[in-house]
Design a protein around this ligand. Sequence first.
Ligand code: SAH
Length: 380
Amino acid sequence: MSKSDILSLTRDELRERFLESGLQPYRADQVFQWLYRKGVSSFEDMTNLPRDLRSSLADVYSLEAPLSLVTTRQSSDGSVKLAFHTHDGLPVESVLIPASTRTRRKLTLCVSTQSGCAMGCVFCATARIGLRRSLTPAEIVAQITESLRFIATEEGTRFRPEDNLTERWITNLVFMGMGEPLHNFRGTTTALRILMDTHGLGFSSRRITVSTVGLVPKIREFGRLFPRVGLAVSLNAPTDALRDRLMPVNRTYNLRQLKKALREYPLPPRRRITIEYVLFRGINDSMKHARQLLDWIKGLRVKINVIPYNPDFDPITVDGVTLEPPAPEEREKFANYLREHDVTVLERRSFGSDIGAACGQLSARELRNGEITVVTDPEP
Ligand code: SAH
């Protein structure tokens, strides 16, 4: 019998399994604390468990590091791209983004939920490698724990996430790396449960944002399960005609269906959905588009995040137009038009574009350069 991966189980799942095998459920809480607070890498190290329990756990569960860190690249703006490999050699990338305000230090980790992506957005580099497979919950959570280890090494301190994680270490998580989180629904939601568990890393739902291309039925399901986790939707175009061409998902779930799901989303009071809008020069950045966008968001509680397009190293054309970011003054005009109409607009500074770590640039260059080839079943 193959061992099951303990790092892919929520504490509730572990408690249930323990109960079925005649163990006290509180033992699962202890194991969880060892795994996520103390960061131990063997059952042997769980010293408050009886010796025979430690060895029987080791017989049933595997506790192998789900990811190995292959390279880290630091950008001139302070962000760091961490490139990992899974056991089967698939690339997974995360990006650490420091962004401190005057009063608070903020460190955001952008995590991946799939190796590659199946959504096929024409402007996104990750889409170009296709979907290799969805990540397991353990592989998603490991991006956070391995990044914490990396920070600890950099700072020359021991890995101790129990030292007030939210103050000193990673403060925010955004599920905006490679892949479509809601296309790996089980992996993403299980990872969220593990990350938010107070016996483990204890991330507050307010500090987590999950971004989607707009898989309408999954948005509804997600809202029922995690209404307090931040939701971001990559809109990128205000009309079906344009969105159909940029984001194939729109041919399945169009703007009308998407808007209905967002209107019905069970948002807590004072919270808003983030609408991501990547600006492409001459394609979706005119005043006409700004008006259409304003019209589309009517009746929704949203804020808009405008993101200048980050070019790929291969030029991409849509209807004969090469994708480029707009000039800064065009971007301002677009953002200001919305602001004048009382919309909250954030202009996302793009981090890590010099190291291929910016939005839409995560694509495991070694895969595209043919340095490694992977043949696997796309489903985990
Ligand atoms: N699949 C999810 C999670 C990834 S988030 C989603 O699309 O929402 C990645 C974000 O980067 C999305 O908002 C996407 O629209 C944006 N993006 C993709 N390619 C980009 C590029 N080349 N330049 C700037 N933003 C890009």
